[in-house]
Write a protein that binds this ligand. Structure first.
Ligand SMILES: [Zn+2]
Length: 349
């Protein structure tokens, strides 16, 4: 009726919350294993599966063990991985990043020949391969943008030639998507998509990744001259617009949880395929709190991942991918693990 409030008691929103079957019908955001990208760390050697202390449940894997890990992930329905290399040696020019027989290049070839249906995405950034841990060429203490673009292009081409399915540039250099698109297209790789780390904030949430994941903490300075100030959101939209202009196929916001406002805004403004990177610090916080008995690991994990989707993420890069996929295989009920209070719920009217 016009002019008259149709509020309580006509409307009782709790009617659609009274049990899991009803909640399942009206649920707006759903996770699936096909949303996940599992980050993996490959190291030289044989039969190496070394747990990363700061990322329990994640490992440094030699190629043979990497293949096993990927098959296990694929059997859980995860169809994409993001590959990081931890090389034997590093130098000023990051030459192992683009070496035809570099660790990532060899791993890509091994994966594509044994698990061809798996999507192999490679991280393109020199920082795991430089002596100083920086994301490019340093001149006079400053990251030289255009000189680093040449390096990024070389790495990109070497990954494409090894046979990767997608490249993911992480260094936040100006013009990097354009440079990568150009080198790919002029070498016949026009079908290779680019997932751009369009908005990568200069965040301390990456510490567990660099300290123990890739062991490439910066030797001096920090990354605030290229990664974004975490105070800014308008600037994040400008970064995304430029990446789309330069040819990005998928855009990304990194980290995820502290930045869901940026994720929401990016989805609303650009309507592009959108990835979030649920980074090592986010994983560590939940894992550590669970170890202290303060939080329920599975429940918090599913809540966090679902909220990323609700905010607008289509794709979630997460160290939780395998465990979350396992729970999702148990059906939606097992994924919505806060099911231990049925009696109180049924009483509600
Ligand atoms: Zn980097």
């Amino acid at each position: 009726m016009k002019g008259r409030s149709m509020g309580f008691p006509t409307h009782r929103l709790r009617r659609l919350r009274q049990n899991e079957a009803i909640r399942g019908l009206v649920r707006e955001s759903r996770l699936a294993p096909s949303n996940f990208i599992l980050p993996l760390f490959v190291v030289p050697g044989n039969k190496i599966k070394r747990e990363i202390a700061s990322l329990p449940g994640n490992y440094h894997l030699s190629i043979d063990c990497l293949v096993e890990e990927v098959i296990a992930a694929r059997d859980l329905g995860i169809s994409a991985i993001l590959l990081f290399g931890v090389p034997e040696t590093r130098d000023e020019q990051a030459s192992n990043a683009y070496a035809p027989r570099g660790i990532v290049q060899e791993a890509v070839r091994a994966l594509k020949s044994t698990v061809p249906d798996l999507l192999v995405i490679t991280d393109v950034c020199p920082c795991e391969y430089t002596l100083n841990g920086h994301c490019g060429i340093i001149r006079n203490g400053y990251l030289d943008n255009d000189a680093s673009l040449e390096l990024i292009s070389r790495i990109t081409l070497s990954h494409a030639e090894a046979g990767c399915d997608m490249v993911a540039p992480a260094s936040m250099l100006d013009g990097q998507i354009q440079a990568m698109r150009h080198v790919l297209d002029t070498h016949g790789f026009h079908r290779l998509p680019i997932m751009a780390y369009s908005v990568k904030f200069a965040s301390k949430l990456y510490d567990p990744f660099f300290k123990e994941g890739t062991q490439s903490t910066v030797a001096f300075g920090d990354k605030r001259t290229h990664q974004m100030d975490f105070s800014n959101s308008d600037e994040a939209m400008r970064e995304i617009a430029l990446d789309i202009d330069e040819g990005a196929d998928i855009i990304m916001v990194k980290p995820a949880l502290f930045y869901l406002d940026v994720v929401y805004r990016a989805k609303q403004e650009f309507k592009m395929p959108l990835a979030v990177y649920d980074v090592s610090g986010e994983y560590s916080m939940i894992d550590a709190a669970a170890r202290l008995g303060r939080l329920d690991r599975d429940a918090i994990m599913m809540e966090a991942l679902t909220c990323m989707k609700r905010a607008g993420a289509d794709i979630i890069i997460t160290y939780f991918a395998k465990r979350a996929a396992e729970l999702l295989h148990g059906g939606e009920r097992s994924a919505h693990v806060q099911r231990e209070l049925p009696r109180q719920e049924l009483v509600a009217k």
